[in-house]
Write a protein that binds this ligand. Sequence first.
Ligand code: MG
Length: 369
Amino acid sequence: MRITRITMWGLDLPLKRPYSLSGGRLHFERLDTTILRLETDEGLAGWGEGCPWGSTYLPAFPGGIRAGVAELAPAVLGLDPRRTDAVYRAMDLALPGHGYVKSAIDMACWDLVARSAGLPLCDVLGGREDGRVRLHSSIPSGTPDELLAEIGLARAEGYTFHSAKVGADVEADIERMRVLDAAMAPGEEVTFDVNRAWTPAEAIAALNATRDLHRVVEQPCQTYEQHLAVRAVVGQPLALDESLVTLGDALRLVADRACEVVGLKVGRVGGLTPARRIRDVCLEAGIRMNVEDTGGTRLSASAAVHLAQTVPEPFRRATWLCFDHLTVDPVVGGAVNDGGWSAAPSGVGIGAEPDEQALGEPLATFEEV
Ligand code: MG
């Protein structure tokens, strides 16, 4: 099987409500996603998506994906998409780094692996594990009342697990964390996601003042080194998210015993190929995982749910459906929010496919010369 054509679309994804994180310093009203279709000489087509949650959240941006796909297309055309490691090595040779660019191509290759095998994606990524995948909400930064109002909206959609974005001045954050902790019903859970906003001194002050809450606190500081300095003097379970980009990062955080939880975001780590390796490292180390993507439609969310479905309990912590935040849903099939839970679709491949009419005219098409 050979990849014969790559078609690329760009799609504007307005959010239902404006979204702030990292103490309000990052603000979003719409996302911009890139969707790819890889066609093969055997008539099968696979789909992939890359959406780095705007341009300010990560060292990644939508235009970078589009330029990168144009750069990578000549190296990928003609390869067998089922040989995912070989395709990835060819991409690394053509363009070192830039993992978030490669994720969309890699996702489409894995869709083709599963489609050609006649299996759901999860069953070629290691196999479906029992049980459903818990969803977590994503609660934007705000005052305690604003946070509680957003949690109320999430509850109405079935969510019982919340990722609340904090990270501003220490006193206000201590109040936010105490108010949200007290508002949790039995069986409900909240993680405080700082999204790198605190200095180490602020993180130590805020965490030591809320140690009694026993809640997971995610990515308190900008850098991994700052995180380790904080880790040494606080008692909470900690999560790393933005600091986990490469397999090497995963090995290092295990060696340093840096966290109990990771956010394994498919796009940020460079696609399903590296993500499944990181999954296995975390399983070996006993680290729990939120497996999700950085953003995008039901297509990328469904691919991430497939990977999450391969993680056994209790290491499969939760996943996140970005499309619950969007005003548009250009994808047919795929994972759904079933009262705060989801499951990998049972059809072949990702089990989700964009509606080509909703995608409009492609931005570019790349073919073998
Ligand atoms: Mg996070």
